[in-house]
Ligand binder design. Structure first.
Ligand code: NAP
Length: 284
């Protein structure tokens, strides 16, 4: 699988496997199947309650640990130094691993307080503990998630070690152009979460935009979902998709076999009503 390089030289496989809602024995079965089909990059978080079974699936697979790329996340509520240190260690213990490949601040705000404006001081306290873990080799890379360009603006200049990744909600109807541009300008790799928008784009509850998506998919001889995943990967850098059926897992790996032209990327980005035309430089 192709990889994308962080500014510190660490390489991330471009397709990651999401573990949200894949708990318990069922999750274990799905992770083992995904590993057998070739997935090596897995995305978990303390709050998903999937670290334990993911770690077990990795271990039982017999594939060497260093072939995997494992991400976990600090809960959005934890905005202090000591609790970050403890939480990171607990994630490692649940995974049964002595290092993680990437550790992210899950959100700039505690989930229940998204309307409160500025958690920069708390994020910096957490970042200090994450930076120490990075220097000690407990994590190979550190980053953030759900940070808008405004959150990043407040945070970036005040960190000694700069964030390497921002994992954001990014799909064909939600292109967050200003944040993606900010990240690209600052050498931060963008990971797209919910690249199918969860259920709406999995085809269960089609959106009005689906007609346009389908016509592009026909042009590239792929399914609309493969088109959406490829779009999210090309628009950002890395795509994190979740699938529980073998068919979907294989289809999602198939997005490595085609490429969307810059002109079509630009046309598709405009499906999002909040697209800002000024961000054309992302493609052209
Ligand atoms: N950082 C954050 O705050 C954050 C937030 C949310 C998610 N995430 C991460 O991003 C990952 C992915 O997001 P997500 O789980 O919300 O949703 P998603 O990947 O956008 O969509 C998953 C849904 O799409 C279906 N699907 C997958 N591949 C398909 C295909 N080729 N054709 C048709 N349907 C397909 C799945 O069905 P089946 O399961 O039936 O195969 C499932 O119902 C999460 O698992 C998590 O790791 C991060």
């Amino acid at each position: 699988m192709k990889t994308c390089k962080l500014y510190n030289g660490v390489e991330i496989p471009e397709i990651g496997f999401g573990t949200f809602r894949l708990r318990g024995e069922e999750g274990y079965r799905v992770f083992r199947e995904a590993i057998e089909l070739g997935y090596r990059h897995f995305d978990t978080a303390e709050s998903y309650d999937t670290e334990g079974y993911l770690g077990k699936a990795v271990k039982d697979s017999g594939v060497p640990r260093e072939e995997f790329f494992i991400t976990s996340k600090l809960p959005g509520e934890f905005k202090a130094y000591e609790i970050t240190k403890a939480s990171l260690q607990q994630s490692l213990d649940r995974l049964g691993m002595d290092y993680m490949d990437l550790y992210l601040i899950h959100a700039p705000w505690p989930w229940e307080e998204q309307d409160s404006p500025d958690w920069t001081d708390g994020n910096l306290a957490a970042w200090k503990a994450m930076s120490e873990a990075y220097q000690e080799g407990k994590v190979r890379a550190i980053g953030v998630s759900n940070f808008s360009y405004m959150d990043l603006d407040r945070f970036y200049d005040r960190c000694e070690i700069k964030p390497m990744v921002n994992q954001v909600q990014l799909h064909i109807c939600h292109v967050v152009a200003s944040t993606v541009k900010w990240c690209k300008d600052h050498n931060i790799v963008v990971e797209a979460w919910s690249p199918l928008g969860g259920a709406p784009m999995s085809g269960k509850d089609p959106l009005p935009e689906w007609v346009t998506v389908r016509s592009f998919a026909e042009k590239y001889h792929v399914t609309p979902q493969q088109l959406c995943l490829r779009f999210a990967m090309q628009y950002g850098d890395v795509v994190i998709s979740k699938a529980s059926s073998e068919r979907h897992m294989l289809d999602n790996l198939g997005i490595q076999n085609f490429e969307i032209t810059d002109e079509d990327m630009l046309a598709m980005a405009q499906i999002d009503p909040y697209w800002q035309g000024g961000e054309k430089s992302l493609f052209l």
